[in-house]
Design a protein around this ligand. Structure first.
Ligand SMILES: [Zn+2]
Length: 163
């Protein structure tokens, strides 16, 4: 276990105290993110604390495209990692996860529900066209499994996946 853990003390960049900031790195194997480093900082002088996780898995761009043909396909599990874009080209829908957003695991239906919520919100605004109602109607059809479409995930870090 020793090689999976490393710590050192440096001068605190918050309060300036000498050698009071402890930096600990711990290697972990997370179920979804794979190998990662957990970094934790703590200053014994000012009490500053922080933790962060850095995935180590090769970060190669990944392009996932699945066809949804029936109600059964709506139950497919999808992990959408932070920084990814989710697209349904047939409905001209797009969802972007910022890098600071947390990734999430959901079903294809869960993604459709997210799009539906977003569309419903947009449709309550003023000056909406009839396209809005049409889109909602198509989304409801898709949620009932009555619409064939493709789901695309573009992930610049390659961590998203379909299970
Ligand atoms: Zn400090």
């Amino acid at each position: 276990m020793e090689k999976d853990f490393h710590e050192e003390y440096i001068d605190c960049f918050i309060c300036g105290a000498r050698g009071t900031l402890r930096i600990a790195y711990r290697y972990m194997n997370l179920p979804v993110e794979g190998e990662a480093i957990l970094l934790s900082l703590r200053c014994s002088s000012c009490g500053y604390q922080a933790t962060d996780i850095y995935p180590l898995r090769e970060s190669r761009e990944k392009f996932i495209k699945i066809k949804i043909n029936s109600e059964k396909d709506l139950n497919k599990l999808v992990y959408v990692s932070s920084g990814s874009r989710v697209l349904i080209p047939e409905l001209k829908l797009e969802l972007e996860l910022k890098q600071i957003d947390k990734g999430f695991v959901t079903t294809v239906e869960g993604i459709l529900e997210r799009f539906k919520e977003k569309t419903e919100y947009v449709c309550t605004q003023e000056n909406v066209s009839s396209e809005c109602a049409e889109l909602l109607c198509s989304l409801e059809k898709a949620i009932r499994g009555e619409l064939k479409f493709s789901l695309i995930i573009e992930d610049p870090f390659g961590r998203s996946s379909v299970f």
